[in-house]
Design a protein around this ligand. Structure first.
Ligand code: M6R
Length: 614
């Protein structure tokens, strides 16, 4: 959470930073700030969004310096207000710092600094850190880089920081442990950011700092990377990124979420491109092939993930057990990491994360590795912490997902997991050649079938308008459609703030049925393949309690049409691919309901795209 942008070079730092903060706003958007250095330092910070900061700067900032730091915040320590916003300035006024993460031993550090006469104006851990660095700098009579290093060795927690010294213009020091930090290397200029999107139009050359590394970034000098622990010099590894500017802009859509919903057919094609040749019966994922023995001899697969990625993991449980006959357990990373789990050396762990930065998933991966498990990562963000921390893995190639509500990440994760299950199922003999080939052919047709679902979005928009005043909703599905129900409910609650529950349809009569009355819209995924008769019975039970029923059905279905208040048709597909189609109308429904309720679709309250704190 929180986005950091820094710049040092020949451009107007203000322009670079404000634009960059807008691109990073998905990481947190409760307050924003900027500090610019020229002959003096100018600081502006405010509760609210980057647009509020921009408005404030129009009247308060005159200094168009060539060095600066900016921050967009998702509050951890201290409520969102002007004072708690970053950047934070040390007591002398010399050091200016932005931070993403949490300093866990902030209180002990604060007590020491208080005794040494420091005063604090905010409730943040960041203000403690900037003063700790200042204290070290003065006490040890060292330069900024050394002071940062000594201070960080006293810190427990997670951080990505960038700091400059007003007395020494021309230098920014950055450091990372647990939170992401990228450095863009341009011609006589450097960019610092939580991801590469703020500077992609200026340079595609990027150095991702590793945990425990710090960078001394000086104008007209080469980039120096050092180990925070032992000061060793580390050769910067400069990567050339493929990201393009079009990918991170709205491209004519009103919201990123809508754009990303519509990008799903292409994102799925991009995910299987070069990995699947359906006509030749070939599936080849190099990360899987290189370690296939681990999977073939796995005692079980454990999936770890959070949120929507966890729902994709639940779909994986059905797919791997169904197609490859490998036992699967799906764990919330946040529970797994703290519950002393039994992990065998022949377990294969699959970690799923769009951002590749989720703190709980990252910690769960480290735990699994410590206990000897082999970890395969499925990430969307190239070069992310999880992609680097896992033994091997595969990228989803969905392209940047900016809307906080995950959409194309979910369907591309399922696509990738399906490819893996198909490959393993074939190799293990769990799938006949004919079935394997039929499934490949069907997977190839999925993007076109999603296009057909997208084509009925105006019908879905109309249905949304009938239920946008609901206060509670129920989502039901069975088998492969149970995770879809969970995902549908999550989409609705996170962007429209309507309470929604996803449930396995058969569990309804063990409790939730008590909630059902004429005021409760019930969304049921009732596709032909997948316990159809059973779900029809569930629909009868709901109908007899007068709830409104909105059903996702297979094209041409007449039975459910006769029972439900509304049906949304999706094309027929293999049961194991139903989630790829059935999740799409539910995304569109949530989008329109949130929009009609006047909610901020791309930046829902209290959330952030990348959850880098536990
Ligand atoms: O980046 P990750 O996939 O690891 O993120 C996990 C969750 O934070 C994420 O899926 C979250 O639940 C989304 N807001 C759901 O739309």
């Amino acid at each position: 959470m929180c986005g950091i942008v820094g710049y040092i070079g020949h451009r107007d730092a203000y322009e670079v930073i404000i634009k960059g903060l807008k691109r990073l706003e998905y990481r947190g958007y409760d307050s924003a700030g900027i500090a610019l250095l020229n002959d003096k330092v100018e600081l502006a910070k405010t509760k609210g969004k980057v647009a509020d900061l921009e408005a404030m700067c129009a009247t308060t900032i005159s200094n168009k310096g060539k060095l600066g730091l900016g921050h967009t915040r998702w509050a951890t320590h201290g409520i969102p207000n002007d004072t708690n916003s970053h950047p934070h300035v040390s007591n002398s006024g010399n050091l200016v710092l932005v931070h993403n993460g949490i300093i866990e031993n902030y209180d002990a550090l604060k007590q020491t600094l208080l005794k040494r006469g420091y005063v604090f104006h905010s409730d943040t851990d960041t203000e403690i850190l900037v003063n700790l660095i200042e204290d070290v700098k003065i006490k040890e009579k060292v330069k900024l880089g050394k002071a940062v290093q000594i201070a960080l060795n006293q810190v427990i927690g997670a951080y990505a920081i960038a700091v400059f010294d007003v007395q020494k213009p021309g230098e920014i020091v950055a450091a990372k442990l647990g939170s992401p930090l990228a450095i863009g290397v341009g011609e006589k200029e450097y960019f610092i950011a939580s991801d590469a999107s703020p500077y992609i139009e200026h340079t595609n050359k990027t150095v991702y700092l590793e945990d425990g590394e710090m960078a001394i970034i000086r104008l007209h000098k080469s980039l120096k990377i050092r180990s925070i622990k032992n000061d060793n010099l580390i050769d910067p590894y400069v990567q050339e990124l493929q990201m393009s500017i079009e990918n991170i802009e709205k491209g004519g859509y009103d919201h990123f979420m809508l754009k990303e919903i519509y990008e799903q057919p292409q994102a799925i094609i991009d995910t299987f491109r070069g990995r699947m040749k359906a006509d030749e019966g070939i599936v080849k994922l190099s990360g899987l092939e290189d370690h296939i023995e681990k999977f073939l001899h796995a005692r079980r697969i454990i999936v770890i993930a959070c949120g929507t990625s966890w729902h994709a993991g639940l779909v994986a449980e059905y797919i791997f057990e169904d197609l490859a006959r490998i036992p699967v357990e799906v764990e919330y990373a946040s529970e797994f990491r703290y519950r002393n789990p039994v992990i065998f050396k022949d377990d294969v762990v699959i970690a799923i994360s769009q951002s590749g930065e989720t703190a709980d998933t990252l910690a769960a991966i480290k735990l699994a590795k410590q206990q000897g498990a082999f970890v395969f990562g499925i990430c969307n963000v190239v070069g992310s912490s999880i992609a680097r921390e896992t033994h091997t893995g595969a990228y989803t190639h969905a392209g940047p997902e900016i809307g906080v509500a995950s959409t194309k990440a979910f369907t591309t994760q399922i696509t990738l997991l399906t490819l893996m299950a198909l490959r393993l199922g074939k190799k293990l003999g769990a799938l006949s050649n004919t079935r394997y080939r039929n499934l490949l052919q069907e997977l190839q047709l999925i993007p076109a079938k999603i296009e057909k679902v997208l084509a009925v979005s105006s019908q879905i928009e109309h249905i949304s308008s009938l239920y946008n005043h609901a206060t509670n909703c129920l989502y039901l599905g069975r088998g492969y459609n149970f995770p879809v129900a969970l995902e549908g409910a999550l989409k609705l609650k996170e962007i429209s703030y309507i309470h929604a529950e996803g449930y396995p349809a058969a569990e309804m009569k063990h409790g939730p049925i008590a909630l059902i009355d004429e005021n409760m819209p019930v969304f049921v995924i009732a596709t032909k393949k997948g316990h159809y008769d059973k779900i029809v019975s569930n629909i009868q039970e709901i109908k007899s309690r007068n709830a409104k029923i909105i059903a996702i059905v297979t094209e041409g279905d007449e039975t459910v049409k006769g029972l439900a208040d509304h049906v949304i048709e999706i094309p027929e597909t293999e049961e194991c691919m139903t989630p790829l189609l059935a999740s799409v109308p539910l995304q569109i429904l949530s989008y329109y309901i949130a929009l009609q309720r006047g909610c901020n679709v791309d930046q829902p309250r209290n959330l952030a795209k990348s959850v880098t704190v536990e």
